[in-house]
Write a protein that binds this ligand. Structure first.
Ligand code: GAR
Length: 216
């Protein structure tokens, strides 16, 4: 391995674009994993659609371009979506990550980043997909197990090929808050692990499946 190569064998870190709408704990987990050298990646741009998203601080404090692209700054949805897409293209993004992003990306965005965009969802998909309240939904349903899914984001909401999943047991005394805390612990590990698979070129999408190839 030449000295300029990272542990995963890449000549340069995988360039990430992270889209988020809220607290940004997953954005923070990605940034910290990059800093620790746990993943061969770097966040090139962080993008939010919510001007008050707390997560902005995590990327701004690190001097990473952090763009606020709210719906009401554009004449229509298409123009806002084009701005998301252009920002990722302009920053040379190789992998887009939806980390708690509460807007559906349009088909032009999906086409630009086909098989190069992942979404994080707080349930074992296909259970409890389609919204931003999967943790509450699992509790309300009386499920005994839920979990975390990282999947390829495509035109079908929460239905793209699954890259990684991990189960989280629901305890008798769980509230939305306690369950969410345990789900976050898993997310903060699973999402960086999925990114590293992409950095190592080990994800191959074929139909409904995302195959994970053995290490090179
Ligand atoms: C995460 O739990 C993520 O799985 C969920 O939003 C949360 C964002 O937390 N995403 C969805 O529900 C997508 N439908 P964060 O802002 O602290 O990273």
């Amino acid at each position: 391995m030449s000295p300029s190569r990272s542990a995963g064998g890449r000549a340069a870190p995988l360039r990430l674009g992270v889209l988020f709408s809220g607290a940004g704990s997953n954005l923070k987990a990605i940034l910290e994993a990059c800093e620790r050298g746990a993943i061969d990646a770097e966040v090139r741009v962080a993008i939010t659609n919510r001007p008050r998203a707390a997560g902005c601080a995590f990327s701004r404090d690190r001097g990473i371009p952090t763009l606020v692209i709210p719906r009401n700054a554009f004449p229509g949805r298409e123009a806002q979506q084009a701005a998301f897409r252009q920002a990722c293209v302009d920053h040379g993004v190789e992998l887009v990550i939806q980390a708690g992003f509460d807007q559906i990306l349009d088909s032009a965005f999906v086409a630009e980043f086909r098989d190069r965009m992942i979404n994080l969802h707080p349930s074992l998909l296909p259970a409890f997909g389609g919204g931003m309240h999967a943790v509450r939904d699992a509790l309300d349903w009386g499920a005994k197990v839920t979990g975390v899914t990282v999947h390829i984001a495509n035109d079908d909401l929460d239905a793209g090929p699954i890259v990684l999943q991990e189960a989280v047991a629901i305890e008798e005394e769980d509230t939305e808050e306690t369950l969410l805390a345990r789900i976050h612990e898993v997310e903060h590990r699973l999402l960086p692990a999925a990114i590293q698979l992409f950095a190592e070129g080990r994800v191959r999408v074929a139909g409904r499946r995302a195959h994970i190839l053995p290490p090179k």
